[in-house]
Design a protein around this ligand. Structure first.
Ligand SMILES: *[C@@H]1O[C@H](CO)[C@@H](O)[C@H](O)[C@H]1NC(C)=O
Ligand SMILES: *[C@@H]1O[C@H](CO)[C@@H](O)[C@H](O)[C@H]1NC(C)=O
Ligand SMILES: *[C@@H]1O[C@H](CO)[C@@H](O)[C@H](O)[C@H]1NC(C)=O
Ligand SMILES: *[C@@H]1O[C@H](CO)[C@@H](O)[C@H](O)[C@H]1NC(C)=O
Ligand SMILES: *[C@@H]1O[C@H](CO)[C@@H](O)[C@H](O)[C@H]1NC(C)=O
Ligand SMILES: *[C@@H]1O[C@H](CO)[C@@H](O)[C@H](O)[C@H]1NC(C)=O
Length: 862
């Protein structure tokens, strides 16, 4: 027990330990930045990295270099920008405790170093007798993963030696060399024991003596966790969304604040509380849940053993047989009747389960499937399943290396395009970079700089907003003053800023009940993650939509507050307006404009059948309206706001068919102050998600542009973004449309109801634009500005096929002014003391104009 505590302490302070020179017999914790100078350096998390030279063997020939290019995805220079290069076999020697397990992490940034092109670098790495890498190309691996850098993590079983000899050996081929940017060697507790062997009933395998390579480590249903936020073992946990299979991805859950993760006898270093306090489950519909498996798919090397560690914690239910499910790994049953409460005995208590599986070397054996399905036979109370975290490790006693991944043809093609794009636009070829990500980065860097400039212009701490910048406070709204301060207390958390409360009207619960006939079911017009949406009537006849939160969901509270904060600051003709909110007795409601004609989707198709309600011209107008709303979010507000969940059900239509973007519950203000992107948990809807967001978990407004491209194709083809029951190549609308566009067969998939009415020029403009929107790389996609211009052009071609008039986005203002005259909402806002919509929405529109045109001319030049 005592040692356990000591260990824990040791792992809580790796930085401190690192400051001490490792001594014989002491536990060591090394973080070496290869090629760093005497003083070492700090990484983005403030962790100190030391130089590596004193661990190099004397006879070693090596050279230190510095990269001339910092990819924007590198959050700090340390440890990636400097490297040590070996042109012949070389060794490091580290002191070791012979009976302890160690993390060994190797960091690689394949960039050009002096005359060394990482493209030529192939090498092997061994740790004593264990082969970690062979014929390894960091460059190809990064290219295939579409990353700029690579972190490899190994967990070495006790080596029965007091020295670790780490050997780098270049392959025998022309010009080959080995390199490494960072090495971490950290003593760790024994995390592994024996585990059942899947597919062999009652057999277990001892994992204690095996070496591990971490393949995946995911915080299921939760966020990215950085090494610093790990529970002492400096691990990185990623979001699980990119690994989910199919369209049925379940729902994510988060423990409420009052739940304390109680580790009982389990050491906290197994996984941090953040892993256990979020989860993914299937949802609340039994019939739906019985019809699918909640499935994750992982790419792995065949012909090897894998240990899958599943982390569980139930923080909602607390009885046996409430949620009972089966676990399948690679289509074999790993566990039947898994009942988390059965395992832990109480809610809030975490646990984990290990399963070992052998993956053969046959065609198609390069994937690991993990699937969960409710067990019907025990008649559980809810037909659901649950997972909080997953780790996948490759196991071996001598050789952990695998082949280099094969970059897909599509990626290689993109890389070519990227290079030519770069050449054209930079006009110079100072660096030719061997990886797709690195190549893309050349441009991204420019974008990042623009962002920073933008930010500085826009930056203002939220506290420095004053309501009077925006709105007269309250005006004549009779309910305001006292009630809202009361409600401020009732939140308890005090998260809802006074400002936001000042910006919109406060409704009492009584008013909400009156408006909806006591939340009568007959008034329900929709159901979302947040809760039900009701139709209601306020102020003697003014129609509103009332979103009522499900009081149980903590996520609801956050999104509720986000939404109030966001929406109360945003007013625009093409955004659904928030009129007010109610917060009383644990009830939370948001009150919006009522959108008489519902969602865009319900006018395009029903099920998989196209509907004949909208003409091509109407569809164009709706798309343009929605694009204006998004454009305003991206550029018009004080912060750049990324919607994150652009889809046809979030584009609503009022009685005059005016499109308005809704649902900002997921929105993020971005880009973050220090980077050109928001690094965040992937949220949003499948079928609409930006692939770049997957690869890098980085969000930019171009993620919205991608989703909007899918919306454009939806408007053209009248089918859902994802149709899982179609043949594989047709499942995703974006892919299927692109495929047809490139093959020249787009005509075949256009909605037959409108095919005959579309002017060919208009179609061409529209589809070219949609195609650009769904480009793989954000920088290839148009800005919302550019997009708007193109859509206006398409509309113009439809209306004036002879080309007599040209669209101009500058007309937008006139157009809006005119339409405001007839807008009865203006009057209503005045009544509510919310001021005039127009004066609220045009905070900064002129400073984008120059950008519009420069971007248009650029994109035409391609
Ligand atoms: C290695 O490359 C150089 C120059 O590219 C070439 O002259 C030489 O013949 C090559 N050697 C081998 C063994 O391929
Ligand atoms: C270890 O790796 C070797 C070579 O890759 C492979 O043949 C062997 O099956 C692996 N052993 C286990 C236990 O996975
Ligand atoms: C599991 O089964 C699915 C379909 O039933 C199949 O597509 C998939 O390839 C299987 N996975 C493995 C790893 O065998
Ligand atoms: C879930 O996965 C298991 C194992 O691959 C399979 O037998 C079962 O048919 C799947 N169930 C559904 C509904 O897909
Ligand atoms: C280790 O395994 C890899 C891939 O299975 C193989 O190419 C390599 O030759 C092996 N190395 C050793 C030393 O066994
Ligand atoms: C080394 O890796 C490269 C790239 O994956 C591959 O083309 C080559 O055949 C490999 N060489 C050996 C000896 O395995």
């Amino acid at each position: 027990m005592q040692t356990c505590v000591l260990l824990l302490l040791a792992f809580c302070f790796p930085v401190m330990l690192n400051a001490l020179a490792p001594e014989e017999g002491g536990s060591i914790s090394l973080m070496l930045g290869c090629g760093l100078d005497e003083g070492g350096g700090k990484d983005s998390e403030g962790r100190q990295w030391s130089p590596d030279n004193k661990y190099l063997s004397e006879e070693t020939n090596s050279k230190t270099c510095r990269s001339s290019f910092q990819d924007p995805s590198l959050l700090s220079e340390v440890p990636y920008m400097t490297t040590r290069i070996f042109t012949s076999e070389a060794t490091y020697k580290f002191p070791l405790q012979p009976d302890k397990r160690y993390w060994l992490r190797l960091h690689f940034y394949p960039s050009i170093y002096d005359t060394f092109d990482p493209f030529n670098s192939y090498f092997s790495v061994t740790a004593n007798d264990v082969t970690l890498l062979s014929n390894f190309s960091a460059s190809i691996t990064c290219q295939a993963l579409s990353q700029a850098y690579l972190d490899r993590e190994y967990s070495l079983a006790p080596l029965n030696s007091d020295t670790l000899t780490l050997t780098f050996k270049p392959e025998k081929r022309n010009g080959s060399f080995a390199f490494v940017n960072g090495i971490e060697l950290i003593e760790m507790p024994e995390l592994f024991d024996s585990a059942p062997l899947v597919g062999y009933s009652d057999q277990t395998m001892d994992a204690k003596s095996l070496h591990f390579q971490t393949m995946f480590r995911l915080n299921v249903g939760g966020q990215f966790i950085s090494p610093k936020d790990d529970s002492g073992l400096s691990r990185t946990w990623y979001d699980d969304t990119p690994y989910l299979y199919g369209a049925s991805t379940g729902v994510t859950n988060q423990a409420t604040k009052d739940v304390i993760i109680n580790y009982k006898t389990m050491p906290q270093y197994i996984a941090p509380p953040n892993v256990y306090s979020t989860s993914r489950s299937m949802g609340s519909n039994k019939d739906v849940n019985m019809g699918f498996n909640l499935t994750w798919i992982f790419q792995i090397d065949p012909n090897s053993m894998y240990l899958t560690r599943l982390h569980f914690c139930e923080y909602y239910y607390d009885k046996l047989n409430e949620i009972v499910f089966n676990i399948y790994i690679n289509n074999q049953t790993a566990e039947t009747e898994a009942d988390v409460i059965g395992w832990t005995g109480a809610k809030g208590v975490p646990t984990y389960k290990d399963y070992i599986i052998y993956v053969k070397n046959e065609i198609g054996d390069d994937q690991l499937w993990l699937a969960l399905h409710p067990t019907p036979t025990t008649s559980p109370e809810f037909f659901d399943s649950l997972l909080n975290g997953v780790e996948v490790f490759k196991l071996n006693d001598t050789n952990l290396s695998g082949p280099n991944p094969q970059p897909s043809d599509m990626l290689i093609e993109h890389e070519e395009k990227t290079k030519t794009f770069q050449d054209k636009h930079n006009g110079k070829k100072t660096f030719v970079i061997g990886s797709a990500a690195g190549g893309a980065a050349g441009f991204a860097l420019v974008a990042a700089i623009v962002f920073v400039v933008n930010n500085q212009k826009k930056k203002k701490s939220p506290g420095s907003y004053t309501a009077s910048n925006w709105l007269p406070i309250y005006g004549n709204s009779h309910t305001a003053g006292t009630k809202s301060s009361e409600s401020g207390k009732s939140v308890g958390s005090g998260n809802l800023s006074v400002m936001a409360q000042g910006l919109c009207r406060y409704f009492s619960l009584q008013e909400m009940k009156q408006a909806t006939k006591n939340f009568d079911e007959s008034n329900v017009i929709g159901v979302g993650g947040f809760g039900k949406v009701y139709k209601g009537v306020i102020d003697n006849g003014f129609k509103v939509a009332i979103k009522r939160s499900n009081p149980q969901s903590e996520q609801g509270v956050n999104e509720f507050q986000t939404e109030i904060e966001m929406l109360s600051k945003l007013r625009h003709k093409h955004l659904v307006s928030l009129i007010g909110f109610c917060e009383e007795d644990d009830e939370m409601c948001l009150v919006y404009d009522y959108m008489a004609r519902g969602t865009m989707r319900e006018h395009l198709y029903k099920g998989n059948k196209p509907l004949d309600t909208l003409s091509w011209k109407q569809r164009l107008e709706i798309c343009i309206g929605a694009a204006r709303g998004l454009h305003y979010l991206h550029t018009g507000a004080k912060y750049t706001i990324i919607h994150r969940d652009v889809k046809t059900t979030n584009i609503l239509l009022d009685e005059n068919w005016v499109a308005k973007v809704s649902d900002f519950g997921l929105s993020k203000t971005g880009p973050n102050m220090n980077q050109g992107h928001v690094s965040t948990v992937v949220k949003g809807s499948f079928g609409y998600l930006d692939p770049e967001y997957f690869r890098r978990q980085q969000l930019t407004e171009k993620s919205d542009v991608y989703s909007f491209g899918v919306v454009l194709f939806e408007a053209l083809c009248s089918r859902p973004a994802l149709t899982p029951n179609l043949p594989k190549e047709q499942v995703s609308l974006a892919e299927w449309a692109l495929y047809n566009k490139r093959k020249g067969t787009l005509d075949d998939i256009i909605d037959p109801n409108i095919k005959g009415q579309i002017n060919p020029e208009s179609l061409k403009k529209f589809t070219d634009t949609a195609e650009k929107c769904v480009s793989d790389f954000g920088f290839e996609r148009p800005s919302m500005n550019d997009l708007l211009w193109n859509l206006e052009f398409a509309l113009n071609m439809q209306q004036n096929p002879d080309g007599s008039a040209h669209a101009s986005p500058l007309k937008e203002d006139e157009f809006e002014e005119v339409s405001l005259e007839n807008n009865d909402m203006t009057a209503h806002y005045k009544n509510l003391g919310l001021g005039n919509e127009h004066e609220l929405s045009h905070e900064s529109s002129s400073d984008n104009t120059a950008a519009i045109f420069s971007q248009i001319s650029n994109s035409k030049g391609r």
